[in-house]
Every structure is written in structure tokens, then in C-alpha cells.
Write a protein that binds this ligand. Structure first.
Ligand code: PA5
Length: 446
């Protein structure tokens, strides 16, 4: 079943010439992806991942997840960037909005996150929450050397070992990392942790459909078989070049808008469950395209919430933005607005309507206002928020990202700029091996 529809009718007339002009570049980008002939082609493992992921791997991930679910009230996912955002996006989209406020029930652990920041209070407060609780750890790092997750893992590993002993802790820790390289692989081998492999040819931000995303998602109780099946369907839909390929059309459209001066893309949702999907999308597009002095700036908002904070800017600020709206057709729950005899708030005209009817009119009214105000609008419609649709949406954006990067003329699969802050941080912290950099940075600070 096709659950994701793309509509560019309210965007194309802002950049019709550029859209037509991009056709050849899009065909070329598709060929580069399909033939592996573009820059960064050693990182194309995500392309056929959905159709090639074996049922055996999915069953093994589910088995590991069941073990953690049976033995833990909390599962702490330690990872940063591409090693956490995909799982968090899917889990948030599928979970009850207030899941975190309910106590865990047997075999239904809460999935929590660590190592995605260097917040001292965050870390200490998570330790406080876990004190005396049954918990497990999924530690995820492709390189196995990233500082943030390394700090968090050291702390929560030590805590777990103190609480349950080294032998029991060993079975409550799972590592997801490179097959051979990195400190985490060495540690996992030494300690005897169960491990899953992040394929060499899949970069962090394209890794949600590997064990990086699938294991935490399964631990949260969601169906990874349906998620991967949804992605496989989109893999099929986006295989060939042409107007029937929604990823290609989206990639062409956003590049056409960029060429017409729209330098910022705002990913909009009208469903707060999609907040972290926006965070995942920002990394995917930001890291893939922001290089060589080029690239659309990816931003994200939650509507209608942010209409009351960002709405003014979007309506009347500098005309350099366009919106891509993710719209969910059918909410899973029906709730109607009640009648009130006094009607002091004046909203009895809405009585009997579903809350979503109001939301949809807010969406339509916003689109008309923003388009009238010079903001092109791309719409992506999802039938509902479930594993199958999310799988389709993830793959749709991944494929579009590869095409879009090649149309833009960058290597969408590297991230050289991410190293700059790390180098300075290591120099400032006087990491062994960084003596020259330490001297240089200290002289700058004088
Ligand atoms: O997309 C990327 O490559 C990065 O965002 C990484 O996912 C992030 O830096 C974490 O790296 P690692 O998984 O090696 O710890």
C-alpha cells in the first residue's frame, strides 16, 4: 500500500524554469546513485538496505529486544547524531505523547537516551532516575570513538556493573558498532557483549534502518518488520528516474527553489509526535548538503505551536524560505470538541467537530496565507502514523537526499566539517597526540 504522497503544486510556480532546468541533473543524479558512479559511492549501502535486510537479522534483533524488554524497566540508548536521531524520531512518532510520564510496566521498558549531549546535569539526573532500577544499555557508535557516547557509556556501564555485577551486566549491554574497527568493538569483544554491525558502507545519518535504529525501535515495542517493509516499498517506487519518482521530484523541486533564492527549507508538521522526525531530517539534509559554501539551511517547526512564535517571521520576514509540510491524513484516535451551555469562549460553532478537523483547517489556512505571502509549499501526505508509513517516509527522504546532493553538486555522503569542533575540543582538553594543536589554540586565546 502506498502511504506517502508528494504534492508540489503550490511550489512549482515559484521556480518553474529552474525546475525544468534541473531535469537533466536529476536524471544524472539518479544514474550516479544507481550505478555507484558519483562522489561518496562507497557509502551507498543504504540504497538497497530495505530489500536486502534478511528476515533472520530482523528476528535476531527482535530476540535481543525481547531479552532486554523482559529484564529491564529502562533501556538507555547511548549514541549521538546518526547513532540516535533515527530511533528517537520513530519511537516518538509511534509512542503515546505522555509515555514518559507513565511508569514502565513488565516487559514494556522505557527507552531513554544518553551520550547525545555533554550535559552534566542531564547525565547526573539520568543516573538518579536509574538508581535501583532494572536497566540495560544499547551503546551505538559507528566509529566507536565518539567522545559524547564514550563518556556516557563509561558512566552507565559502571553504574550497571555496580548494581547487578559484571556478569549480569554483560547480558544487559548490547553494542552496535563497526564490524572490526574502533574502541567500542575492542571493548565489546573484551567484555563479551552481544553486538550488531553497522555496515561499513552506511553512514550514520543513513543508518536508521540498520540495527542502529531497529534495535531501539524494537525495544520500544514497535514492529521493525513493517517498518522495513514500508521502506522496501519506497525503495521500489523510487528505483527509476522520472516524474513518477517522488524522491526525484522532491529533490528537483527543492533545488529549483534554492536556485530561485529560497535558501532555507522549513520542515513543518501539524502533529507534535513528528517533532523528532524533524530533528532526524535536519541532520540528514544538513550534514549531506551543507558544504563547499553551498546548501539549503534545514529548519523545522511544529505547527500550530510555532505559528504563535515563528508565524510572524514566516509570513512577513525575508522571502528566502520555503516550507515542506508533513501532513498525517488520519489520526489514530477520535476526540470531538464538546458543547458548552455558557459558550463564554465563543467556540460552540466548533462543537461536535473532531479536533483534527480544526487542525486540518489550520493547515489549509496556513498554507494559503504563507503561499500568498511568498512562501512556496511542498506537501507530503501520510495516510497515518504507523510503522509502514514511517518506513516509506524515511526511505523517501534518504533517496531524495542523495539525489538532491548530487543535483547541488556536492558529495552528500561525507561530513568533513564535523571534525573542526572536535579538533579544537581535543586541543583544549589536551588530549594526548594533540600537543601542537593545544599550543596553537592556547596562543589564539591569549
Ligand atoms: O552522520 C554521521 O556520520 C554523524 O552524525 C554520526 O552519526 C555521529 O557523529 C556519531 O558518530 P558515531 O556513530 O561514529 O559515534
Amino acid at each position: 500500500m502506498k502511504s506517502v504522497e508528494l504534492n508540489i503544486q503550490d511550489a512549482i510556480y515559484f521556480a518553474e524554469k529552474q525546475y525544468e532546468g534541473n531535469k537533466a541533473a536529476a536524471v544524472d543524479a539518479m544514474a550516479k546513485l544507481n550505478e555507484g558512479s558519483g562522489e561518496g559511492s562507497d557509502f551507498l549501502g543504504w540504497l538497497d538496505l530495505p530489500s536486502t535486510t534478511s528476515q533472520d537479522l530482523l528476528a535476531s534483533i527482535n530476540k535481543t529486544a525481547d531479552r532486554l524488554r523482559k529484564n529491564c524497566e529502562y533501556v538507555v540508548c547511548v549514541g549521538i547524531g546518526g547513532s540516535y536521531l533515527g530511533a528517537k524520531a520513530v519511537i516518538s512518532a509511534l509512542s503515546d505523547s505522555f509515555a514518559d510520564f507513565y511508569a514502565p510496566t513488565p516487559e514494556n521498558p522505557k527507552v531513554l537516551y544518553a551520550g547525545q549531549n555533554i550535559g552534566e546535569e542531564y547525565t547526573a539526573e539520568l543516573e538518579k532516575l536509574l538508581e535501583g532500577k532494572k536497566f540495560g544499555i544499547i551503546v551505538i557508535s559507528k566509529s566507536g570513538t565518539t567522545t559524547e557516547p564514550a563518556i556516557a557509556f563509561r558512566i552507565f556501564k559502571e553504574m550497571l556493573e555496580k548494581q547487578v555485577g559484571k556478569e549480569v551486566a554483560k547480558d544487559l549491554i548490547v553494542a552496535v558498532t563497526d564490524e572490526k574497527k574502533g574502541a567500542l568493538r575492542t571493548l565489546a569483544t573484551q567484555e563479551g557483549y552481544e553486538t550488531y554491525i553497522i555496515p561499513d558502507n552506511v553512514g550514520g545519518r543513513f543508518s536508521v534502518l540498520t540495527p542502529v535504529g531497529l534495535l531501539p525501535i524494537a525495544c520500544a515495542g514497535f514492529d521493525i518488520v513493517k517498518l522495513v517493509a514500508g521502506a522496501a516499498q519506497m525503495e521500489e517506487t523510487t528505483k527509476h528516474s522520472g516524474d513518477e519518482n517522488p524522491s526525484e521530484v522532491y529533490a528537483r523541486m527543492r533545488n529549483a527553489l534554492y536556485q530561485a533564492g529560497k535558501k532555507t527549507e522549513i520542515l513543518v508538521n501539524f502533529n507534535p509526535k513528528l517533532h523528532y522526525f524533524g530533528e532526524w531530517w535536519k541532520q540528514l539534509y544538513g550534514e549531506s548538503e551543507g558544504k563547499d559554501g553551498k546548501g539549503i539551511f534545514p529548519a523545522a517547526v511544529d505547527f500550530t505551536t510555532d505559528l504563535h512564535s515563528m508565524g510572524q517571521w514566516i509570513q512577513e520576514g525575508e522571502r528566502t524560505i520555503f516550507e515542506t509540510v508533513i501532513s498525517v491524513k488520519e489520526p489514530a484516535i477520535t476526540r470531538r470538541i464538546p458543547e458548552d451551555a455558557a459558550n463564554l469562549d465563543g467556540i460552540n460553532y466548533l462543537a461536535g467537530k473532531r479536533i483534527d478537523e480544526v487542525n486540518k483547517m489550520a493547515e489549509l489556512g496556513t498554507k494559503i496565507a504563507h503561499v500568498d505571502g511568498g512562501v512556496p509549499n511542498i506537501k507530503i501526505e501520510l495516510n497515518k502514523l504507523d510503522e509502514h508509513s514511517l518506513g516509506q517516509l524515511i526511505y523517501f527522504f534518504e533517496k531524495a537526499c542523495g539525489i538532491s546532493g548530487y543535483i547541488l553538486g556536492v558529495n552528500p555522503f561525507n561530513q568533513p566539517g564535523v571534525e573542526a569542533y572536535k579538533k579544537n575540543m581535543f586541543a583544549l582538553l589536551e588530549k594526548p597526540g594533540y600537543e601542537k594543536e593545544t599550543e596553537a589554540i592556547k596562543s589564539k586565546l591569549k
